[in-house]
Design a protein around this ligand. Structure first.
Ligand code: PGA
Length: 215
């Protein structure tokens, strides 16, 4: 199985989300052994989930969840609230670590809550020094220098880093950082990489599906 997970980050409004979904459902064709994930901003999760629910091999995910379970925490989006809407969530993206000061202990709490509410965490690490909490099955290696820069990390370097990391047994290993239609073939030759986290290029459904080979 190969996984292609789109991370929209803080982009798009409702109208743009509807347009993305319209275009996506028009061109999407499921393929064996390919799973797609889409992570829109939280306000569009429920809409996209309903819009894409009939499509085989497509799942909606959150970009983050709260460290808190429920209660008097105005504004928080919790795993409990998302149970039934999302199948997975990104945890520990370097942008969350950097701009929102998320620490390893916060991220471990998120993993525990995600699992409790049937949400699969995709755990992002920047290098071999970021610890991976117990119970994580999906690890995304995202070198900071490659994110949003157009400077994707070469396959050799990604594989060298994979060797250095202490990964959970049988984990799904994902690479993210400036993956696009042109450079994806460089990674697909390796069966050491199980999937991709795709930022900018996932904002356009045509590009996103081209990367996944589904167009
Ligand atoms: P990018 O983002 O594809 O725009 O580099 C990747 C990510 O942050 O997951």
């Amino acid at each position: 199985m190969k996984y292609f997970v789109g991370n929209w980050k803080a982009n798009k409004n409702m109208q743009e989300t509807e347009k993305w979904a319209d275009d996506f459902v028009k061109i999407y064709k499921p393929r064996k052994y390919v799973t797609l994930g889409v992570c829109p901003p939280a306000p569009f999760l429920s809409y996209l989930q309903r819009r894409l629910t009939d499509l085989e091999g497509v799942f909606v995910g959150a970009q983050t969840i709260s460290t808190l379970e429920s209660g008097s925490y105005t504004g928080e989006v919790t795993a409990k609230s998302l149970d039934g809407t999302v199948r997975f969530t990104i945890v520990g993206h370097s942008e969350r670590r950097k701009h929102f000061n998320e620490q390893d202990a916060d991220l471990a709490a998120k993993v525990t809550l995600a699992k409790k509410y049937n949400i699969e965490p995709i755990y992002c690490v920047r290098d071999e020094n970021d610890p991976i909490p117990a119970g994580v099955k999906f690890v995304a290696y995202e070198p900071v220098a490659a994110i949003g820069t157009g400077q994707n990390e070469s396959l050799d370097k990604v594989l060298a880093m994979k060797k250095k990391m202490t990964l959970p047994q049988n984990c799904v290993f994902i690479y993210g950082g400036s993956v696009n239609e042109t450079n994806i073939s460089e990674y697909l030759i390796s069966d050491e990489i199980d999937g991709f986290l795709i930022g900018k290029a996932s904002l356009d459904p045509v590009q996103f599906l081209a990367i996944a080979g589904l167009k």
